[in-house]
Design a protein around this ligand. Structure first.
Ligand code: ZN
Length: 387
């Protein structure tokens, strides 16, 4: 079979023996596989990332000297069950799967390690227990978006954003756009999207952003108008004094009412900010630009070290959260949200390539104004990115 191998940052189509499913594994024929920002990152920086993951106890992450087949955002057709499979999902069924594979050396990340080749290939192995039949005849183009959309769904869930909160998405690459789609699906009423590239701002609108901002021209934190956010420290001082002075005028002891307000969960309004850029300095920009009490959810993966001023975050009581991946339940729910039409991810899809065109896709994704998500379709012959 054909596969695209990455070695020393080069992407080369090559012949490979068809994979043989081990116990609990299933061989699938790949229909589509998304090119992910993580693949672009890993191609250039995998050794650095491998060191970070090794420190956290995972020694399987790819090294630049290894032969790796990328691709963790795939859908395919069941072709062969390995031994000890349940076989509830039969051959010929369209499926997606979480990109983890149990091997003799432990559980490996499919498409980002040498021991578990990914979906830039005609065939690949998945774990039967993590495989889901595609419902409702959902098209392969959309099914392949389950993985990146699940990343966004997890980020939105971890953010604990409410419908009435202002959500501000910084960076409208594929992950930022997916977050916007999922915020929309959740019913968040005010979504601000910020990106320097006009093409990405147009995609953000198509995904459901209510306001788009060029951060070179104006602040994304002011774009939703006056929502009662605390913009300055004096505003917080004023709010504290105003509140207690008002409560002291009431016939009940002020501390009892305050405790009641706390118990109901009434708090000063603050936005939820999604960092979807992942380059040094962005967290600091958000910490210094965002209103007091903002919750920052970091989805973008910044390589290397970064700096921000804790004193600014402390004085604003910024809530900083980091997110990764999704649970099997979130993955399953995302698939069904796509299949039931509860979320429309179609604006993300900007191009298609065959296996010979994967290197072209990596180049094309370097231009932020043209492409968001490019899908690899092994049935496409020849190089080049198709619209
Ligand atoms: Zn990914």
């Amino acid at each position: 079979m054909r596969a695209v191998v990455c070695i020393e940052a080069r992407l080369e189509p090559a012949d490979a023996p068809p994979p043989v499913p081990g116990p609990g594994q299933v061989r699938i024929e790949v229909l589509r596989c998304g090119v992910c920002g993580s693949d672009l990152h890993a191609r250039e920086h995998c050794d650095e990332l491998a060191e970070v993951l090794l420190e956290a106890g995972y020694d399987g992450f790819m090294r630049s000297s290894q032969r790796v087949v990328f691709g963790h955002e795939f859908c395919g057709v069941v072709a062969e069950h390995g031994p000890a499979c349940e076989r509830k999902v039969t051959e010929g069924t369209h499926v997606v799967a979480l990109p983890l594979l149990r091997t003799a050396d432990g559980v490996q990340a499919i498409g980002l390690c040498a021991a578990a080749p990914g979906g830039y290939a005609e065939q690949m192995l998945v774990q039967e227990s993590l495989m889901l039949a595609v419902p409702n005849g959902l098209a392969p183009d959309t099914s392949a978006l389950t993985e990146p959309m699940a990343v966004a769904w997890h980020a939105v869930r971890r953010s604990e954003v409410r419908k009435r909160d202002v959500a501000i998405v910084i960076g409208c690459g594929p992950i930022g756009l997916a977050v916007i789609c999922m915020l929309k699906a959740k019913g968040v009423r005010t979504i601000v999207a910020s990106d320097l590239a006009p093409g990405r701002r147009r995609l953000a609108e198509a995904c459901g952003a209510d306001v788009t901002v060029d951060p070179g021209e104006s602040s994304p934190f002011a774009a939703a108008g006056d929502r009662g956010h605390l913009e300055t420290i004096p505003a917080a001082f004023e709010l504290a004094l105003d509140t207690i002075e008002r409560l002291r005028r009431l016939p009940v002891a002020w501390h009892r009412i305050w405790r009641g307000i706390d118990a109901i969960g009434i708090k000063p309004a603050a936005p939820v900010v999604f960092e979807c850029v992942g380059v040094p300095g962005v967290i600091e920009q958000i910490v210094s630009g965002a209103p007091l009490l903002s919750r920052i959810v970091v989805v973008g993966v910044c390589m290397g070290e970064d700096r921000f001023r804790p004193s600014m975050a402390v004085n604003k009581q910024i809530d900083l959260r980091f997110v990764l991946g999704y649970t099997p339940l979130e993955f399953r729910d995302t698939l069904h949200m796509l299949a039931d039409g509860k979320v429309d991810a179609s604006p993300l899809l900007t191009g298609r390539v065959g296996l010979e065109g994967v290197a072209d896709a990596f180049t094309a994704l370097g231009d932020p104004d043209r492409h968001a998500k490019i899908l690899v379709d092994p049935a496409i012959v020849g190089a080049g990115v198709h619209g």
